[in-house]
Design a binder for this molecule. Structure first.
Ligand SMILES: Cc1cc2nc3c(=O)[nH]c(=O)nc-3n(C[C@H](O)[C@H](O)[C@H](O)COP(=O)(O)OP(=O)(O)OC[C@H]3O[C@@H](n4cnc5c(N)ncnc54)[C@H](O)[C@@H]3O)c2cc1C
Length: 441
């Protein structure tokens, strides 16, 4: 049986961040990472660039190829963990190996939501959350030139753009009344819909796929309204839920995701968790919830790693923060984008494809949308992150010439610091943390 001091399940943002923090605090303790993917850690958001043939695995790596050897970390890749015995501190792998550990991290990420639809077992139906998914779709593209993407959210629009780049004609089917509805309000979604339409994509809203048709091979879908759409490929991209199968019934508190405190400790001693698998603190909503984004996984992983190695750290909290470019349209969105009640003040400017909106609660920014013009998104997000009272200067925030110097002097000097912010993802990190760029650029 393999014995290790630190065992990390998951070899992505959360697992790697924890491994690095452990190594900073403990250069000698043995570290083992288990993953059921057969690759070194890669940037998951870049799987769309793999499918669009803009990247290969070697330019998607999250850390250099010698990362594991250089840090004396044992990587067990392509091995699935299937049995967790918390009392005995043991993990069983699918191949029969067993590992004994002193401290455990569960950074098992998310698993794609797959609704019950007739015809899912046809060849040509895919998810889009792993490099293997991207590879499988890539191999299948020779079978035809049209696709239906189920889900008009972040992953759905990402794979849609990629398929369009590969010359595939795509219809997106969204159950709600607009695409990107979790990160944009109606005005923002309308601009995004226009951009998608210009690229030749049909977006169908207020509909679901009732059936996937085909005999062994996908031939089309039927919508709830009985419309038939012929296609050779279906991508199910409805979203992800925390991957908690391994810990269900093992003795750890789990709601939708694994419950953790601000040190990223679970309810079971010596067991930590982070990333898409957990419900972590959201500073906007002042509650714990699943926020499946890379920066949260990375920061949570570092906090977990330090605590596992005996260095006390607390997770400052994250929020839904997305910075992306789809069909040439730059979008940054964070926090609450549609007010749940009348207790919020909305400030907005709109001009063609440019739309900016802030949601304020008691003069504190709790949500923001920037579409088309994201230049000041970093500063706005910092104000939101710092819970700055913007009451005195709120009407300046969306002006074209707004910048750090528009803020009261003590704010840009003391709270934001003199240097301009490098990027909105970077601003998600607490000041003492290094800036991480998941894009691989
Ligand atoms: C197409 C796509 C685009 C995205 N774009 C963005 C973006 O633009 N910005 C952003 O912030 N986020 C984006 N995300 C989300 C981001 O990738 C995730 O939030 C992040 O990867 C979560 O990291 P994680 O470490 O929690 O888990 P994951 O990256 O999901 O990794 C989980 C790891 O656990 C392993 N694992 C799980 N269970 C087991 C088991 N039983 N045995 C062995 N190994 C196991 C898996 O193999 C994997 O290595 C995107 C995601 C996708 C799919």
């Amino acid at each position: 049986m393999l014995t290790t001091k630190y065992l990390l399940i998951g070899n992505s943002a959360g697992g790697i961040a924890a491994a690095e923090a452990i190594r900073e605090a403990d250069s000698a303790g043995s570290v083992t990472i288990v993953t059921d993917e057969p690759y070194p850690a890669y940037s998951r958001p870049l799987i769309s660039k793999y499918l669009s043939q803009e990247r290969e695995l070697d330019t998607m790596l999250f850390r250099p190829a010698d990362f594991y050897a250089a840090n004396n970390i044992q990587l067990l890749a392509g091995k699935k963990a299937i049995e967790l015995d918390l009392k005995e501190h043991k993990l069983g792998l699918e191949n029969g190996e067993r590992i004994s550990w002193q401290r455990l991290l569960i950074a098992s990420g998310g698993t794609p939501i797959v609704p019950e639809i007739n015809g899912l077992d046809n060849r040509g139906v895919f998810s889009f959350t792993t490099l293997d998914d991207a590879k499988a779709i890539d191999e299948f593209l020779t079978y035809g030139s049209s696709a239906v993407v189920i889900g008009g959210g972040l992953i759905g629009i990402s794979v849609t753009e990629t398929l369009v780049k590969r010359g595939i004609s795509v219809s997106v089917v969204e159950m709600k009344d607009r695409i990107l509805n979790t990160i944009l309000d109606e005005t923002g979604s309308a601009i995004a819909t226009e951009a998608v339409k210009k690229a030749g994509v049909r977006s169908i809203v207020n509909q679901t796929v009732a059936e996937i048709k085909g005999e062994n091979l996908v031939s089309g879908v039927t919508l709830d309204n009985e419309e038939s759409i012929p296609c050779s490929l279906v991508v199910v991209a409805i979203g992800v839920v925390p991957r908690v199968d391994l810990v269900q019934g093992a003795g750890i508190e789990v709601n939708r995701g694994i419950v953790v405190d601000r040190t990223m400790a679970t309810s079971y001693p010596d067991v930590y968790a982070c990333g898409d698998a957990v419900e972590a603190y959201d500073f906007t909503l002042d509650t714990n919830r699943a926020i499946p984004i890379w920066p949260s996984a990375y920061i949570g992983g570092r906090v977990a790693g330090f605590n596992m190695a005996g260095v006390s750290k607390e997770y400052g909290g994250g929020t839904a923060l997305n910075s992306l470019t789809y069909f040439g349209l730059n979008i940054v969105s964070a926090g609450i984008v549609v007010p749940p009640d009348d207790g919020y003040e909305a400030l907005s400017v709109a001009n063609g494809e440019i739309y900016k909106k802030l949601l304020l609660k008691d003069d504190v920014i709790v949500g923001m949308i920037c579409v088309g013009d994201i230049d000041k998104a970093g500063i706005l997000y910092s104000l939101m992150r710092e819970k700055t009272d913007v009451g005195e200067f709120k009407y300046k925030l969306l002006e074209d010439d707004f910048g750090l110097v528009s803020l009261p002097q003590e704010l840009w000097q003391e709270r934001l610091g003199a240097p301009p912010l490098v990027g909105v993802v970077a601003t998600a990190l607490p000041p003492e943390e290094e800036v991480e760029d998941y894009s691989g650029e």
